[in-house]
Design a protein around this ligand. Structure first.
Ligand code: GLU
Length: 440
């Protein structure tokens, strides 16, 4: 059996769109599943856009996602002599001809002669695709300035690299007829093609920067974990055929086949990705999770704190599933690390500026003060007992306390939060809230 060889062939432009990297992920998974090779070819013939910086961004994105490749990357710009030699070969066989394209006298372009017959091929994702002879015109393969065109370079290099499967975006479907004709004209067996449908937004339009994060680097900077983005993109357009969603890399490799790639466009769902990121966060070794949170707190000037890493570990544990990103520790739990936490106005007017709320809070603070020890269990008991005596629901006390000690009405289990904050801080925060909002 022939060894499977796939490749990722990006044109470096400075950003790596998730649609492109998903093609790389599928190529990688397919090659690994088949025990084949996954290669990298940098299509850097556009010298203006393919700066060293743009190339580095491709390599960084692949490295971050663990898209290891076999063999040295091939830089297409080094292959111009081979591309031109192929054009000469086509000329000598009469499969291409020269023409002075615009009649400018600037020199002659080399034009490839299409076979003039209807064509069809079986796409691994889309099934059989066809095109009529009259819809396929001859096309330029070497410009009059002597530079090879994408189609020629792409095919000559795929032949050179021994590519057996081309997995790429379906914006290339129309090119494929030209590519197949070139393979045959050059006497090479064409690879199999798998064209991936686009990633679209909620309106069904191509997912772009305007819809949110669209480039690999943005996801990294926002704090997504590479494993989560990899897992999410693998499932965006492919499914294992059962209802598994959180899948390790090994599981993905084991399950990945091209026949389960969906032929309909895939809708980007950031909420689902965020959920998945949370699941990957919780699967991290505790120390890694805590270290990631600690770096964020340092960046935001919320670190160090009394209690150090041990205290941080208790906060992380209390926040639990609420941490979808390292940044959430600063964005949603800053009150654990500073007395200068913000008050959400809506929460204040709904919970603290309500008739009787501050009075109840004052009484409750008195009861909390008497508790020894002050734990989640004892504070809960005290609060519930007081609510019962007053013939109120516990909510009438729970909400005001939460807003007083955290500034917001959202957060983890209140009583665990109180225990982590500790009695002294809880009491002084309640006192400060009473002063502040009684006069307001
Ligand atoms: N450089 C082309 C692109 O990024 C390659 C297409 C292919 O994979 O053949 O769209």
């Amino acid at each position: 059996m022939m060894k499977i060889r796939t490749r990722f062939a990006p044109s470096p432009t400075g950003h790596v769109h998730i649609g492109n990297i998903r093609a790389a992920i599928y190529g990688w998974l397919f090659a690994r599943h088949e025990g084949g090779n996954f290669l990298l070819r940098i299509e850097d013939t556009d010298r203006e856009r393919s700066t060293p910086e743009a190339v580095r961004m491709v390599l960084d994105a692949m490295n971050w996602l663990g898209l290891t490749f076999d063999e040295e990357p091939l830089y297409q710009s080094t292959r111009t002599p081979a591309h031109l030699a192929a054009a000469e070969q086509l000329l000598s066989k009469g499969l291409a001809y020269k023409e002075d394209k615009g009649g400018t006298g600037m020199g002659e372009a080399i034009i490839f002669r299409m076979p003039g017959t209807d064509m069809e091929f079986r796409d691994e994702v889309k099934g059989v695709l066809r095109k009529k002879a009259e819809d396929m015109k001859d096309f330029v393969i070497v410009r009059s300035n002597g530079t090879p065109v994408f189609h020629l370079a792409n095919i000559v290099d795929d032949i050179h690299m021994g590519i057996t499967h081309v997995i790429r975006g379906d914006d290339h479907v129309e090119n494929t007829y030209r590519h197949l004709a070139l393979f045959r004209a050059l006497g090479a067996e064409p690879p199999k093609y798998a064209h991936l449908p686009m990633i679209v937004n909620a309106q069904g339009k191509p997912y772009s920067k305007r819809d949110g994060a669209a480039y690999v680097g943005e996801f990294r900077d926002k704090g997504y974990l590479p494993g989560a983005l990899f897992n999410y993109l693998a499932l965006l357009g492919w499914s294992p055929g059962d209802d598994r969603e959180i899948m390790s890399r090994e599981e993905l490799v084991k399950a990945f086949t091209l026949d389960r790639v969906r032929s309909a466009p895939s809708q980007m769902d950031i909420k689902k990705l965020d959920w998945m990121n949370g699941a990957y966060m919780r699967a991290l070794p505790k120390s890694e999770l805590e270290q990631g949170c600690c770096s964020i707190l340092e960046q935001k000037g919320l670190w160090p704190v009394t209690g150090g890493m041990e205290y941080l570990a208790r906060v992380v544990e209390t926040m639990g599933e609420r941490l979808h990103f390292f940044a959430d520790i600063a964005d949603h739990a800053a009150y654990f690390f500073t007395e200068d936490y913000a008050f959400d106005e809506k929460a204040v007017s709904k919970r603290l500026k309500k008739e009787g709320a501050l009075e109840s809070l004052r009484t409750l603070a008195g009861r909390f003060a008497a508790l020894e020890p002050f734990t989640a269990a004892t504070s809960e008991q005290a609060l519930r007992a007081m609510a019962e005596q007053r013939g109120e629901g516990a909510g009438a006390l729970v909400h005001p306390v939460r807003v007083a000690v955290s500034g917001t009405s959202e957060g983890p289990s209140l009583f665990h939060m109180l225990e982590v904050l500790g009695k002294d801080r809880v009491l002084s925060r309640i006192r400060r809230a009473l002063d502040r909002f009684a006069s307001a």
